[in-house]
Design a protein. Structure first.
Length: 401
């Protein structure tokens, strides 16, 4: 839970933003156009994630995973509270939202780099697929929480400030998680990479003791399965670029392709689905959250159902399979939409089926990037691919909004 909260919070933020778009555009709120709202709460937030991933990804490799867990969460809390403190009701306050959403995005972007690195370094390889995909899938648990919270707030408070109250849900949860994260151990591999063998041994001992107290056992590692970790100096982005494009060009193309496609698909649909329901299908703004409950369930069930297959069937087959199936279903739904054969219910049903597969595929993109690059550049590599993906994905809401 302490690690997966990054995805829970991101799911909260994006869902609340998506559900609030139609409210923010009304006269009683900020009276912005659909594209202006999508840019303010969607595109700017995603660009903040890009900056945060690059900035904090570098610090994660230098300062350690655990330290960044606390710093990035604090940055997110600050940005989330600023959004809720949008006091005015004029379009001029849109600039305040831009700044606050950018700061919140910075915090979440930094979380992705540190936490994906920590999962890869703390979880055994034979369980890593299901754990990583399940943790990434908790994004949709956050989305469900946000949907229910938004329904309560929107239906019981005036339009003028209901969306402000809704944006407080993320900071409230994040504040609780701050205390939970204080007890997380630092990654032993990161400690070894920085010549801190004694601390690494102590952390491993604490993990072993916790396992024994819970009734489990940890056997000795065979000599032929051990790995040698040598301390390394901090590697900058220039050296990282050389590593990515010279030493591992095929891995780089694979990682970029997986990350870009999932980011653009998700952001384009997720940030604009409420606008589609209200503007095209005539669904009242206060009712869009009901449709999203089923959309989020499809996304949550997908990784939980298919996650273990990435460890048993194999990464390559499952990644290709989920991407191909999701892409084919998306193309079919586009044809039906163009033909006018869908309504609000059937459109939502199509999204549920598509993202059952797409959600597992998107989670596997992070798994792939975290596994195919060395420990000493892992957080930076994740940050770079995340940033590249979000640069493309950030324009999805603006383009389709």
């Amino acid at each position: 839970m302490a690690l997966g909260v990054a995805w829970v919070l991101d799911g909260l933020e994006v869902t609340i933003a998506s559900n609030s778009e139609s409210l923010i555009s009304q006269k009683q709120a900020l009276h912005l156009s659909s594209s202006e709202v999508a840019f303010a709460v969607g595109t700017v937030y995603l660009l903040g994630e890009v900056f945060g991933a690059l900035f904090f990804g570098r610090l994660s490799d230098r300062w350690g995973r655990r330290n960044l867990f606390l710093i990035t969460l604090g940055v997110y809390l600050f940005g989330g509270v600023l959004t809720a403190l949008t006091f005015g009701h004029s379009a001029a306050w849109a600039h305040w939202i831009w700044v606050s959403r950018f700061i919140a995005g910075m915090g979440i972007g930094g979380e992705y780099a540190a936490i994906n690195s920590a999962i890869d370094e703390l979880i055994p390889a034979r369980y890593r697929g299901r754990v990583d995909i399940a943790v990434n899938g908790t994004y949709w648990a956050g989305a469900l929480i946000a949907t229910i919270f938004t329904l309560i707030v929107v239906n019981n408070l005036p339009v003028s400030y209901s969306w402000r109250v809704a944006f407080l849900a993320g900071p409230a949860l994040g504040f609780v998680i701050l205390f939970v994260r204080r007890n997380l151990p630092e990654s032993p591999r990161w400690l070894l990479m920085h010549g801190r063998e004694r601390e690494a041994e102590e952390n491993v001992r604490l993990i072993e003791e916790a396992t024994e107290r819970s009734g489990g056992t940890l056997g000795d590692v065979d000599e032929d399965r051990t790995i040698e970790i040598r301390p390394a100096s901090n590697i900058g982005f220039v050296a990282l670029a050389r590593t990515l494009f010279v030493a591992y060009p095929r891995r780089t193309v694979l990682g970029a392709s997986l990350m870009i496609t999932q980011s653009f698909l998700y952001n384009a649909i997720f940030f604009t689905y409420a606008l589609v329901l209200t503007k095209i299908y005539g669904v009242p703004a206060t009712h869009t959250a009901y449709y999203f409950i089923f959309f989020a369930l499809g996304n949550l069930v997908g990784p939980l159902t298919l996650g273990h297959l990435f460890d048993t069937v194999g990464r390559r087959r499952m990644i290709a399979g989920t991407y191909i199936v999701a892409g084919g279903l998306l193309a079919a739904s586009a044809v039906l939409f163009q033909a006018g054969a869908l309504d609000a219910v059937t459109q939502t049903a199509c999204w549920c089926v598509i993202f059952f597969f797409a959600s597992a595929g998107a989670s596997s993109a992070y798994l792939t990037v975290s596994e195919i690059f060395p420990v000493e550049v892992r957080a930076k590599a994740i940050a770079v691919f995340f940033a590249i993906a979000q640069c493309f994905g950030a324009f999805g809401p603006w383009l389709y909004g």
